[in-house]
Design a protein around this ligand. Structure first.
Ligand code: ADP
Ligand code: ADP
Length: 227
């Protein structure tokens, strides 16, 4: 993904002033990178992620993925938010199989994929549970399976473990690292946790607010990547 001179201005309303949420952001993300983004609240992390996802349109600048401009949401990019939004009336399996189904992927193929990814996140035994029967960590694993089931090129995660307790967070970090290694997906992950960024990332990006911009980029040595 190639990001050039990106800026985003939220228009003011009667109750709020306009905000330059991002200014002059340049970033190159290579296939297979695991990019972790750090920075204080309000520095534009979520805004950047939402533009990358195609959920928000930049005010200025360009953003391309695999040679094509990012103009809207696409199966190539999957998003995982801090709080998973699952369909409460569907069981775990159907929450995961829903995407391929909507895309018109062959029923058998959709079933196989959903099963594969439920296995990968360790929820095969909970296929027929409803979201409200699961813990927060398990719900986030469903969200992860749902993101992966469409075989995206890039996984965009906005503080995916921020709402979890320390133990569950560790388990989820191990899981995402395993998935990254096995699937070779490009990952872009926002976190408040420096340790998390150091353990998971191949690159770390630090942002700063007013206006939101990238102030530092660092490659993480291979030593940290080895078990
Ligand atoms: P972060 O994810 O780093 O906390 P955000 O991208 O959420 O930062 O926000 C960047 C800036 O843009 C902040 O000043 C925030 O208040 C402002 N902002 C975010 N969303 C909106 C919005 N929908 N309307 C107006 N201002 C917003
Ligand atoms: P409402 O229109 O009453 O806000 P929705 O039908 O949009 O309700 O959403 C109902 C439930 O489905 C909510 O729990 C929401 O989090 C979830 N949901 C909505 N959109 C999606 C989506 N695209 N993917 C997964 N879950 C969703």
């Amino acid at each position: 993904m190639t990001i050039r001179d990106l800026s985003l201005r939220y228009e003011g309303t009667d109750h709020s002033r306009e905000t330059l949420a991002l200014s002059g952001v340049n970033l190159d993300i290579m296939e297979g990178d695991f990019v972790c983004v750090l920075g204080p609240s309000g520095c534009g992390k979520s805004t950047l992620l939402n533009i990358m996802a195609g959920l928000l349109q930049a005010t200025e600048g360009t953003i391309e993925m695999l040679g094509e401009p990012v103009t809207g949401v696409d199966w190539k990019r999957a998003v995982v938010f801090q709080t998973p939004t699952l369909y409460p009336w569907l069981d775990v399996y159907k929450n995961v199989a829903f995407g391929p189904d909507v895309r018109g992927i062959d029923k058998k193929e959709a079933e196989d994929r959903a099963k594969t990814y439920l296995n990968l996140v360790g929820l095969a035994d909970f296929a027929h549970a409803r979201p409200y029967e699961l813990s927060g960590g398990m719900r986030q694993r469903v969200a992860l399976a749902r993101a992966l089931v469409n075989d995206p090129k890039m996984l965009l995660m906005d503080e995916p473990f921020g709402a979890l307790d320390a133990f569950t967070r560790n388990t989820m970090q191990d899981l995402i690292r395993k998935i990254w290694k096995e699937t070779k997906k490009t990952v872009f992950l926002i976190t408040h946790d420096v340790d998390e960024a150091l353990t998971l990332g191949t690159r770390i990006i630090a942002m700063s607010p007013r206006p939101g911009r990238i102030i530092k980029e660092a490659e993480i040595g291979f030593t940290l990547q080895m078990e």
